[in-house]
Design a protein. Structure first.
Lengths: 321, 285
């Protein structure tokens, strides 16, 4: 049982808000940033929202947080349309890089603004984070470095304790030590104060271990969604003599293939049953795992013919395309 | 933790984290002073962001600028008046009457930044556009009523000084009022003029925020209507003088002019409210 489920079963703490979309489409002129997207995010979990630059992650996050209305379709956060729904809107915190704060005001003023508006604001925790990130309280936001500004945004997001907290590439400007502080803080704070957290990113390597659920979108459409551990088992790298590999992967969903001399490495989407694993061993092929980041790269590769229609790209579990 | 294919799922990039949310192996950092890890404490029920909080923040962020403007105007015209009294042999003109032009343009400028500067911050803090628009409307009314009061008080204070010195307080610009002592008419003129201009500024700024440079500029034409309607209805200052001279225009009676002005400003507020309610926040770059 995942920690998220354990937390959801507790009745003395709030557990976050669910998020659902139905046929959600968001257009910018002729371009569909989100295209007929239907998803459901369970409350009380850390979700990874993954996609390449321009895949629609920020637009989707903005729609969750009522920063913009859908062109068509619907969004439900905690069962309500968040757009202009005061009770729901006050429970959502979307942190875009640098945060949405007044440039002319100091860090202290930014904290005061959040303190007065965020119903679940934790002032002690905010001050603690300010110390950890070594942010200068008296400095105006416009004079903060990009990294400091990102750290301020992360501070506002974590200390808001909002039932739906979304970090949209919030930490990209931070240096490695500061990002590490963010990762260190996110998990214990989530455990102590369970809520729904969405981390939107295209830099998966550092944060992949935090995710319970993963949602991959590309060109505004769903590529894959599922339990993070489950996704990690969906990719297999098959390495061996080219002809043998070709025969072995025939009929499987091959996401990528590399050749080095007579050796071929093929990335296959899907689980191999025991019989196939025995076949591979008998044929002298080696099987290896594919990390979440590698799987993401393959799933969203523009070279992948399946990405011509991401929503229809993948069979449910590694079957032939 | 390892997956079915045998590769690890904990800790990445050499960070040495021992935690992942799907497992129970959570290791907070060493800092024992970390607050907030009070698992199980009941949390407050959800609530809307109070409108009073939104209004207070609007007053704090824009009130400072508006307050500074009035301090500068009062000090500047006090100094001009002192210089006029010192260097002129015959003081007979109201110096405060010269201060009647800038407030409406200043408040138009303040209106232009209302949406662009404040809407994203408020919405990002869980405030609905409706609440923002309502509280910004209250703020606009407060600022413009204050402008009317300050202008009337300025004439009164100047009148005391001129009376004490035995100077006439002649007005040179066309107004709804003929003398500096007609405080109600002074208040009416400046409250309405500044209201029309600030609403126009808010509408222009919202248009630019929503549609960008080209369509925002095109939208300026209808957005100017509240200010134009008030100017035509009251027909004061150099604009009224110009319109009356060039177009042989006769302004409506005072009561009717006030009604038209109020309707023009109200229509502008309704248009702004409607736009703000449906305006998406711009992406951050």
């Amino acid at each position: 049982m995942s920690l998220g489920v354990e937390m959801r079963e507790r009745d003395d703490v709030r557990v976050g808000l669910s998020v659902e979309t139905r046929n959600l489409t968001v257009r910018f002129g002729a371009t569909a940033a989100i295209n007929d997207l239907t998803i459901s995010l369970e409350p009380g979990k850390i979700h990874g929202l993954l996609g390449r630059n321009g895949s629609g992650k920020s637009t989707l996050a903005a729609t969750f947080a009522a920063f913009r209305a859908p062109t068509s379709g619907s969004v439900r956060v905690g069962g309500h349309d968040p757009y202009e729904h005061a009770r729901t809107a006050s429970q959502i915190c979307l942190i875009r890089e640098g945060g949405d704060i007044y440039d002319q005001q100091s860090v202290t003023c930014a904290l005061a603004l959040s303190r007065s508006m965020r119903p679940y604001w934790d002032e002690k925790y905010a001050k603690y984070l300010i110390r950890r990130f070594q942010l200068p309280l008296g400095k105006k936001a416009q004079r903060l470095s990009r990294g400091q500004r990102s750290a301020l945004g992360v501070t506002l997001g974590l200390a808001s304790r909002a039932p739906l907290t979304i970090f949209d590439e919030s930490y990209l400007g931070m240096d490695a030590p500061s990002r590490e502080i963010f990762y260190e803080e996110l998990l214990p704070d989530y455990v102590a104060h369970p809520r729904t957290i969405i981390v939107s990113t295209h830099l998966i390597g550092e944060v992949a271990s935090l995710f319970e659920e993963v949602l991959v979108i590309d060109r505004g459409r769903l590529v894959v969604q599922g339990d993070a551990d489950d996704l990690r088992t969906r990719g297999v790298e098959v390495v061996g003599p080219a002809a043998t590999v070709d025969r072995f992967v025939s009929g499987l969903t091959v996401l990528a293939e590399r050749r080095l001399g007579a050796t071929t490495s093929a990335t296959v989407y899907g689980r191999l049953n025991r019989e196939r694993e025995r076949d591979a061993a008998a044929a002298g092929l080696s099987l290896g795992p594919v990390g979440l980041q590698d799987l993401f790269i393959h799933l969203t590769s523009p070279d992948d013919p399946a990405i011509g229609d991401p929503a229809a790209a993948l069979p449910p579990d590694g079957a032939s395309r | 933790m390892t997956d079915a294919l045998g590769h690890g799922t904990t800790g990445t990039a050499g960070f040495g984290r021992t935690a992942r949310s799907g497992g129970v192996d959570v290791t907070p950092q060493d800092d024992s002073a970390q607050p907030g890890l009070d698992v199980g404490v009941p949390t407050p029920a959800p609530r809307d962001v109070p409108r009073s909080v939104v209004f207070r923040h609007l007053v704090q962020v824009q009130g400072r600028i508006v307050g500074l403007y009035w301090v500068i105007v009062v000090v500047a015209f006090a100094l001009i008046g002192a210089a006029y009294a010192f260097f002129s042999r015959n003081v007979e003109l109201s110096v405060w009457d010269w201060a009647t032009q800038s407030p409406k343009y200043f408040l138009l400028a303040m209106g232009t930044i209302l949406t662009a500067a404040y809407l994203p911050v408020f919405v990002a803090h869980g405030v609905t556009r409706r609440t923002f628009a309502l509280m910004a409307t209250v703020w606009v009314l407060l600022v413009t009523v204050s402008a009317g009061v300050i202008m009337a008080l300025g004439y009164l204070v100047e009148g005391f000084v001129y009376d004490a010195a035995g100077w006439p307080q002649a007005l040179t610009s066309p107004h709804l009022y003929d003398s500096a002592g007609e405080s109600v008419l002074i208040f009416t003129e400046f409250a309405l003029l500044t209201l029309g201009h600030m609403v126009t500024g808010w509408l222009i700024g919202t248009g630019y925020y929503r549609w960008g440079w080209w369509w925002g500029t095109a939208f300026m034409v209808p957005a100017l209507l509240p200010a134009v309607v008030v100017e035509l209805a009251l027909s004061t200052s150099w604009i009224g003088e110009l319109i009356e001279t060039v177009f042989d225009y006769s302004p409506p009676p005072l009561g009717f002019g006030v009604m038209i002005s109020l309707c023009g400003a109200a229509a502008g507020l309704v248009a702004t409210f409607t736009l703000v309610r449906t305006t998406p926040l711009r992406s951050k770059v």
